[in-house]
Design a protein around this ligand. Structure first.
Ligand code: HEC
Ligand SMILES: [Cu+2]
Length: 420
């Protein structure tokens, strides 16, 4: 088979054009999990290491590919007789070229090593000078969701503040995150802010990150940890100093009580159950356009809250055994195997960042969690607590333990959304 130089050139340009396509269209540089769109110093340090490595390896690639292309075209056999000609005398290498190549390789590695080592030290822990200003939280991985503990925020009678799946941090301050796991290895990663560091059994890892400004960021478990690994997500919400203090104050309060006026009747709230599909399943356009504003709006009780329904839901939450796994501080629920729901109504996502926390999505989750997130522990049971399914006497997951019908789900949704 013979290639003409024009053919080779066409192939090379097509390949390069294909590789460059995501760059041109912004496919690599935007999106909620892009590491190119950095929003904090740790992520920037990591991007810098990536860039330096890319520049050096691209330079090596173009030099080698250029020499190869030059030799291929220039010394190509252009006729049948040239093709059959004997191989010319082979040289034995030139010591200057060989030493030069060794030297150049070492130089290239040094160019990569210097910023790499600097970044390893910088990203390992909060810099000495800023330690006094740092905030500290613990992040714990569980199949397949995240728990966040605030050791600096103690609540009388119930220990430290605990939340799930949404980590709220102060913007403009370094945050040291102690990484723990309750089961297998997970990994903590917030692409725009920093990561990833593994959460290892019996080993205390940590990392730090900082958000330049208030914002809403996506996080993701980055270590394969079982069936729902790919949808083990979380969010980081960075707030200005005042907003952060206000958020903490509200979180430390027990769950909100909603009192129904005497004689009030429930109006069955109706909502469209069609799943909304945009960038991520269940996300609405409003939410995508400004997630931080959507988050802020969720901190306040809903205007059309149905007090009677809320209280029916509160009763059902206990009757359906949701309390065996979930805690709702102040409402008699103190389960420890699942996300704390004390202020669940103020979170923007559900099922570990998988879906927007709106009523139709929450409804789907409560009626049939396995349909939303296959294999999850709310459905399968966890630590000996029966979930929606429970084992029969032969250990098979067959009997359905918790069943929630549509009417009941509407009440539970109203209750959970009242928990601001
Ligand atoms: C066997 C323990 C168990 C029981 C019982 C249980 N859950 Fe859960 N629940 C979980 C676990 C585990 C998760 C996290 C699932 C995931 O994201 O993988 C969860 C997640 C949730 C979430 C989403 C929380 C978040 O921050 O993403 C809601 C809401 C919820 N459960 C409501 C309920 C309701 C209502 C009931 C009762 C009808 C109930 N759960 C019963 C274990 C349980
Ligand atoms: Cu994981």
């Amino acid at each position: 088979m013979r290639f003409r130089p024009a053919d080779i050139l066409r192939r090379i340009t097509t390949t390069l054009a294909l590789l460059a396509l995501p760059l041109v269209t912004g496919g690599w540089t935007s999106g909620p999990q892009s590491t190119f769109d950095t929003k904090g110093p740790v992520a920037r340090a990591q991007l810098e290491v990536f860039n330096v490595t890319v520049y050096v390896t691209f330079a090596v690639f173009f030099i080698v590919a250029g020499i190869l292309a030059y030799a291929t075209i220039k010394y190509k056999a252009r006729s049948d007789s040239a093709e059959k000609a004997p191989v010319p005398d082979q040289g034995h290498g030139n010591p200057f070229i060989e030493l030069g190549l060794i030297g150049a390789s070492i130089a290239a590695l040094v160019v990569i090593a210097v910023p790499t080592l600097r970044a390893i030290w910088y990203t390992y822990d909060v810099p000495e000078a800023e330690r006094a200003n740092a905030y500290e939280v613990n992040a714990r991985g569980l199949q397949w969701w995240f728990q966040f503990e605030y050791p600096l925020e103690q609540i009388a009678g119930s220990g430290q503040l605990v939340t799930g799946n949404e980590l709220v941090i102060p913007a403009g301050r370094p945050v040291r995150i102690n990484l723990r796991t309750s089961d297998v290895i997970h990994s903590f990663w917030v692409p725009k802010l920093g990561g990833k560091v593994d959460m290892m059994p019996n080993r205390g890892n940590h990392l730090w990150l900082q958000a330049d400004e208030p914002g809403y960021f996506w996080g993701q478990c980055a270590e394969f940890c079982g069936e729902s690994h790919a949808v083990m997500r979380f969010r980081v919400i960075a707030l200005g100093a005042e907003d952060f203090a206000a958020w903490l104050e509200n979180q430390k309060k027990p769950a909100r009580d909603v009192v129904a006026p005497a004689g009030a009747k429930a109006v069955l709230a109706s909502y469209d159950m069609t799943p909304k599909k945009r960038n991520a399943p269940g996300y609405t356009a409003d939410f995508d356009a400004n997630p931080l504003a959507a988050w802020t709006a969720m901190q306040f009780p809903e205007k059309d809250e149905d007090a009677v329904l809320v209280n029916q839901g509160r009763k059902l939450f206990a009757e359906k055994n949701c309390v065996t796994c979930h805690a709702v501080r102040g409402h008699g629920a103190s389960g420890v195997n699942a996300p704390d729901l004390t202020h669940f109504g103020a979170r923007t996502t559900l099922a570990a960042g998988l879906l927007e926390n709106n009523k139709p999505n929450l409804h789907r989750w409560i009626v049939d969690p396995n349909n939303v997130k296959p294999g999850n522990k709310m459905y399968m049971g966890v630590n000996g607590m029966a979930g929606y399914m429970t084992a029969d006497d032969k250990g098979r997951m067959t009997k359905s333990h918790i069943q929630v019908n549509d009417t009941e789900a509407r009440a539970i949704v109203e209750y959970l959304h009242s928990l601001k």
